[in-house]
Design a protein around this ligand. Sequence first.
Ligand SMILES: Cc1cc2nc3c(=O)[nH]c(=O)nc-3n(C[C@H](O)[C@H](O)[C@H](O)COP(=O)(O)OP(=O)(O)OC[C@H]3O[C@@H](n4cnc5c(N)ncnc54)[C@H](O)[C@@H]3O)c2cc1C
Length: 502
Amino acid sequence: MLRARWPQVNLTSLRSGMNNLGTDVVVAGAGPTGLMLAHELALAGVDVVVLERHHERTGLSKALNLQPRTTEMLELRGLLDGAEERSFATVQDGHFAMIPIGYDGWDTRFPFQLGIPQAQVEAYLEERLAAQGTKVVRGAEVIDFVQEKDFVSVRYRTDSGENRLHAKFLVGCDGARSVVRKRLGVDFPGVDGEGFGVVADVLFDKIPAGAQKQWRTMRNVGEPTGATTFKGLIPLGEPGLYRFVYGDRASRPKDIRSAISHDEVRQALLDSYGETATVSEIRWASQFSDAARQAERYRVGRVLLAGDAAHIHFPAGGQGLNLGVQDAMNLGWKLAATVRGWAGDDLLDTYEAERHPVGAQVLHNVAAQLGLTPRSHESRALRALFGDLAELPEVSRYLSGMVSGLGIRYTTHGTSHPALGSRLTDQDVPTEAGPLRPSTLFRDGGFVLLTTTQAHVDTARAHAYSPRLTTQLVTTLPWPSTDAVLYRPDGYACWVAPTPTR
Ligand SMILES: Cc1cc2nc3c(=O)[nH]c(=O)nc-3n(C[C@H](O)[C@H](O)[C@H](O)COP(=O)(O)OP(=O)(O)OC[C@H]3O[C@@H](n4cnc5c(N)ncnc54)[C@H](O)[C@@H]3O)c2cc1C
């Protein structure tokens, strides 16, 4: 058996540089994508090593939100309560080009954004991962790899020198400048940035007039300030502390990676809010670009890409972290099934088949949001008209479905049934023992069968790609013309049993 040839990893040895240790999967990068993926793999009993180049967590947060679909996914794993404890806001809407859009057209228990700093998401996921016995190896930078027929040999650098680690698979979750993607030689087509943005966490003595004190809505959070310029202010939960965002889509510093000085941020605050707002401290500031690129492939042999390593875009609509976590949820159970020998290699190909179009759609909607910049008389009119359209429930539903991930439906082959490819909406289902919340059945990361008749259990097993299958008899299903719906571990229906004609 393959597993016998791969000794368990000893973390102390990893840091000190012993060579030729083995594991099932190496995840490069302990950002939200890598941590979520490692969590999914560990849950399925896969040996996983997360290599992270930073010695310590930075504690800094680019993203500030969880979209409803990500929240639903955390709930599937019982991770939501802990995330909520670390959140600072519940925001009733989302936005598209800073035009507020509601989630109320969606059948979800979570029609809101959860305001939570990225650093908190990471800290929490890392904590949960450690509770499963998997620790992140810090100060370990992946520098190269070689693919062999049966394994990948991953080269990484620590303070004590260079090391190698053999794994069945390597997943690059190493962010926008992914070394894994570059070494894989996968094209990363797209557009270079033309403009820049700045995020800064700012402590006001006196907050600007009209600023929200608590983040409850996207209304009046941000706005275009000129033909290509924009600004925004988000309260971060601590009195006086705000995320200040500003930028210009038509001008770009020579080096977008260079540090932004606090004087520059103070000047931008003065330009935006005048002398009535006074600042006592700038805690952190960073520049970002509006480049947009997507890896042409998400998988080459035993190496895969997820999160920012696979796609980058301007942070419009609050989507990047969410997209990465949802990539991880899609990939996790498939990679686990492949590694554990429950499924053939072809299952892994469905990761790219399903997630590449979703990533492309996000890049597309971000480009459309940037297209609504009021650069000219005509585009101002277009933006105003679009704002009116966004008030229409169907348009709002369409846009929020795209930005949140709630609108994703994966195509499945075979019979066409409205349930197939759709997400679990997690409304209570009736059972003989009383109403049941379906998400509680997904905690172990396995498949879930909801059925009105025991007879379907065996057939479901044949479709489940995993011995982990929870079956639940219900008195009725929320879908017509079926006696059974099988859900994948990431909460999408993958098989339905047609109701026999009686
Ligand atoms: C200004 C700004 C605001 C944003 N706001 C939002 C928002 O509100 N909502 C939202 O959803 N998204 C937002 N995003 C996007 C979001 O921050 C990213 O999409 C998210 O961080 C992607 O997570 P990731 O884990 O894929 O990559 P990253 O967060 O970049 O994590 C990659 C990890 O890999 C490590 N690493 C890199 N190279 C190596 C290597 N060679 N070896 C080992 N480790 C390595 C890094 O140190 C890092 O820890 C924003 C982005 C920016 C720039």
